[in-house]
Design a protein around this ligand. Sequence first.
Ligand code: TRP
Length: 457
Amino acid sequence: MSKSAPIHGQWSSPMVFVLASIGSAVGLGNLWKFPYLAGENGGGAFVLIYLLCIAVVGIPIMVSEVLIGRRGRLSPINSLALLAKQAGGSRLWRLVGGSGIAAGLIILSFYSVMGGWALAYVVRTASGLFSGVTAKGALSIFNYLVTDPERLLAWHTLFMLVTTLVVARGVRSGLEQAVRVLVPALFILLLVVVSYNLNSGYFMQSLHFLFFPDFQDITAGGVLQAMGHAFFTLSLGVGAMMVYGSYLPSGASIPRLVLAVTLVDTLIAMLAGLAIFPLVFANGLEPTSGPGLIFTTLPIAFGHLPGGAYVGTLFFLLLVLVALTSAISLMEPMVAWLVESLKLPRSRSAALSGFLVWLLGLVSLMSFSRWAFEFQFAGQLKHDGWFDILDILTSAIMLPAGGLAVVIFVGWVMPKQSLIEELGGRAGITFRIWYVTIRYLTPAAVSAVFLYMMGVI
Ligand code: TRP
């Protein structure tokens, strides 16, 4: 087991690691992105492929990432470099860490814009704007917001400022307590909306939509996005889980911790689906309406529930906060690397990264108004120009490619004995299943999806 302690500090217990990782995993991906991707891709078939990818690709890769982090005890780039050197592998493995950092910054650039939407909705719900709102009204309130770059700029700036400040102070202060409260509260609010939906008469239709796969609905692009979303929602492929793993005390059982994180993340996403789709069908909305889906559906429920303004305000506030606990994990790999390799102080590293991300965010910010354009992607029409391009480039391409490199590194470059050591000292049945999976099944699955997308198979 690795004896060294990381220079950036350590979680005070394995439980803190689980909470921080849940904080990273649960976010806009579960509540905002999963529902609209499922809607755009026809529901059931997409959800099934997504769940399969969580099991066959996501869990094994998360174990691998945490393992690399804890064994290397450094930022992703330097952990990969160190472990590659120990195993006599190529120096080029560090590039996997570098491309992960880049992907993390790009993702954060649009993540912050959507975090800004959520912030704006806290104010809009609190002011009672949605009381008694119709589907049409909710839609026009949303369009009014996203086509106004000045307003979006203010919210995006605020979101990035807070993210940068939290990262500058160090990830650990307060994160644990925050997640302990946030995730259960979110769970309860989602249950409130789901139970409101139970009587709407559209609940069964939604179950059918989400859980009965019809493979005619799905395109090559849909398969790729389902896999990409498994990476996105579990925070894989950018090194975030490696960094969090590098702060994990020796001795904690990695597979068990990873399963807990995955379970909570998946549960929240499924609940989000059941909160949103009954509203879509009950109000005659389009499941394919894209990134605005959550912002045009949930306010209808909040506008009609007794006390809905309170429930709604609290909901969007929680959405902002869980987005924040994810955003810090997107920035952490870059900051940890700057501190380690360029010897910059933590605050300067955070400020530099935050500014870069803020600037790049302007591209996504404009994608819903002046820079909007449509394009065709693997059988799908995308409407939001550069935002969609950056999203596909990262979630569907860079994250799976990064994950593929990680399992090849762990499965074929690192010595088996060091993996056994890191995973508890015995090559028991769990270890053997995981080892075969990362050596053969995971690489085959990721490659197959890539080849299918390129039209080769
Ligand atoms: N998983 C987060 C969500 O679902 C987003 C996120 C945080 C992320 N860190 C990441 C995505 C690292 C990819 C890689 O909202």
